[in-house]
Design a protein around this ligand. Structure first.
Ligand code: DC
Length: 229
């Protein structure tokens, strides 16, 4: 394998297995993995903690004014093998994955000034290449020149089932119907918002992994990576 380093951009709807493949690739290639959804989730958590957003209220201007006070950091946890999200110095990896955050995160992600701040931080992380980044707008907005762009899809039912199992495994008290509803609602908001909606980049390669095994998917994607190295 050559020493050339590339940028791998992975986009797609929620729970399409983006982070699973991104972590596998980062490990295999010794690249940095960045979960941009964690950044939008951490900003949402901040807004919840500071009563800027709740189920029926959202003071967008208040959040925009607070943006300079929101410091996000990824710190690599060698035991887990991936980086955890820190919000103003506190590890929030568990809090940002709750259904409460999932219910509000799409609203926060619609705010252009939030996107602008996070996109700048993401672009800075990719300056040296050697990065795998997943999200919704990585191949279209953050790294339009990425050497490899993947677009992941799977049926809403398959995705909700995966998410349901993940949350159950963590010991959360969850309801399948609520998760399916959340997945469908986020699909809708994420793909119809005005700023950087989730769309497949023209040069992205689509993977429907509803019925594809993880091993097969990894091998197929690694061969695309090797073509570019
Ligand atoms: O990947 P995820 O499900 O953890 O992302 C949570 C939300 O964050 C998602 O519903 C939309 C938003 N998001 C975004 O708007 N842009 C990104 N690059 C990543 C996530």
């Amino acid at each position: 394998m050559s020493n050339k380093k590339i940028i791998i951009a992975i986009d797609g709807f929620s729970s399409t297995g983006k982070s699973t493949i991104a972590k596998q690739l980062a490990k295999e290639l010794n690249y940095i993995y960045v979960d941009t959804g964690a950044m939008y989730r951490a900003v949402t958590l901040y807004a919840m903690q500071n009563k800027i957003i709740a189920n029926n209220t959202f003071d967008q201007q208040n959040l925009i004014d607070a943006l300079p006070n929101i410091q996000l950091q990824f710190k690599f946890n060698p035991e887990l093998g991936f980086a955890e999200m820190f919000l103003n110095g506190t590890n929030v990896e568990k809090e940002i994955r709750t259904i409460e955050v999932s219910k509000l995160v799409s609203k926060v992600s619609e705010v252009s000034k939030v996107r602008k701040k996070l996109v700048q931080e993401q672009q800075a992380m990719g300056q040296e290449k050697g990065i795998v980044m997943d999200g919704r707008d990585i191949g279209t907005v953050v790294f339009p020149d990425a050497e490899l762009k993947l677009f992941m899809t799977a049926s809403a039912d398959k995705r909700a089932t995966r998410r349901y199992k993940e949350l159950l495994d963590r010991g959360d008290n969850v309801n399948y119907e609520e998760i399916l509803h959340n997945v469908q609602e986020r699909d809708h908001i994420d793909s119809t918002r005005k700023d950087s909606p989730l769309v497949k980049a023209n040069d992205a390669i689509e993977f429907d992994n509803s019925d594809m095994g993880l091993k097969e998917q990894f091998e197929r994607i690694m061969s695309l990576v090797n073509d570019r190295l």
